[in-house]
Design a protein around this ligand. Structure first.
Ligand SMILES: [Zn+2]
Length: 315
């Protein structure tokens, strides 16, 4: 009887020992399976400070009065996809590419045009100082921005930027960032993983495009306009926490914002906010309504050159 009892205890101990060994062995896989890949925790940060320090190193450009910029174009991109990876998900019902998709070959060509023409890409801090009249920058200065934080930016756009010695701002929906990396699938709506952020933080400065408010209400009103101010504030605060407290810039989803939003941007200490209203940036431009020009799918070279203020033949 006693022997039986001891045997049971012994067996139970062995069982739990093996069980916990197996659990600890698979802990990563288990937590990975339980983690909702659609949402990054509100209280965690991407831990990017160290590799983003370059964004604060404002350069002092040596420019004469004639050669300093009077206006600067901010370009806006979304996705960059190689031609041979296009599929049905990238194409509208009428057969055209979605306007937000630029072919990698086109993107490469556009960056080559900028490089050949001697353009300098500015950081957002440098753009801010230019707007305030506190920094002279070369006439051929430009700011490149990406919205949403698609994984193709890390896989396709970042190497092209690096090759041309350029940097860009990337406005990420921080809650959409995946804590765990996964294989790149160009046919899916796939966002940056934390690893992607770290692997590309030499060319991208990461900014807020909300935490989880890149959405519309049932009547199509964007969340920033339609949701109660308190919820908008909580959402933006979560994005700031994810971005290690960085408040250099915000870009509104769909370019939609109202007066209350602008008050909130100020209250949360954002230095600047970007619209999708086309225009060029000048000294004195409203720092909370900085215009941007979207580069569209299948954009003609001529149109691109006009967009950046570089006429055809004028290099
Ligand atoms: Zn967006």
């Amino acid at each position: 009887m006693l022997r039986n009892h001891l045997f049971n205890i012994f067996f139970t101990l062995i069982f739990f020992g093996l069980f916990s060994l197996i659990i600890s062995f698979y802990y990563d896989d288990v937590s990975r399976a339980l983690y909702d890949p659609a949402i990054f925790p509100t209280d965690k940060s991407f831990d990017l400070q160290a590799c983003q320090s370059w964004r604060d190193d404002t350069r002092q450009f040596v420019v004469s009065n004639e050669n300093k910029a009077k206006q600067i174009t901010v370009l806006m991109y979304h996705r960059v996809i190689p031609e041979d990876q296009l599929n049905d998900t990238h194409v509208q019902a009428n057969g055209d590419l979605f306007s937000t998709i630029i072919l990698k070959s086109e993107f490469d060509e556009q960056m080559q045009i900028l490089q050949d023409a001697g353009y300098t890409t500015l950081t957002l801090k440098e753009l801010e100082l230019f707007i305030q009249g506190n920094l002279d920058v070369p006439e051929r200065s430009i700011v490149l921005t990406f919205d949403d934080g698609f994984k193709d930016n890390a896989i396709e756009a970042a190497p092209v930027l690096r090759d041309h010695g350029f940097t860009a701002a990337n406005f990420v929906i921080t809650g959409a960032v995946n804590m765990y990396d996964s294989a790149y699938k160009p046919g899916e709506y796939q966002y940056f993983s934390v690893d992607d952020l770290h692997n590309t933080c030499d060319v991208f400065e990461f900014e807020s495009h909300t935490y989880n408010f890149h959405k519309r209400m049932e009547d199509n009103t964007p969340y920033l306009i339609g949701k109660p101010d308190k919820l908008v504030q909580e959402d933006l605060e979560a994005s700031i926490v994810n971005l290690d407290g960085n408040t250099q810039a915000f870009a509104s989803p769909y370019g939609a914002f109202d007066k209350e939003n602008i008050q909130l941007f100020k209250q949360l200490d954002f230095n600047m906010a970007f619209t999708v209203i086309p225009g060029t940036v000048k000294q004195g431009t409203d720092i909370y309504q900085v215009p941007r020009k979207e580069v569209l799918a299948n954009e003609r070279i001529q149109d691109f050159k006009e967009k950046i203020g570089l006429q055809d033949g004028d290099t």
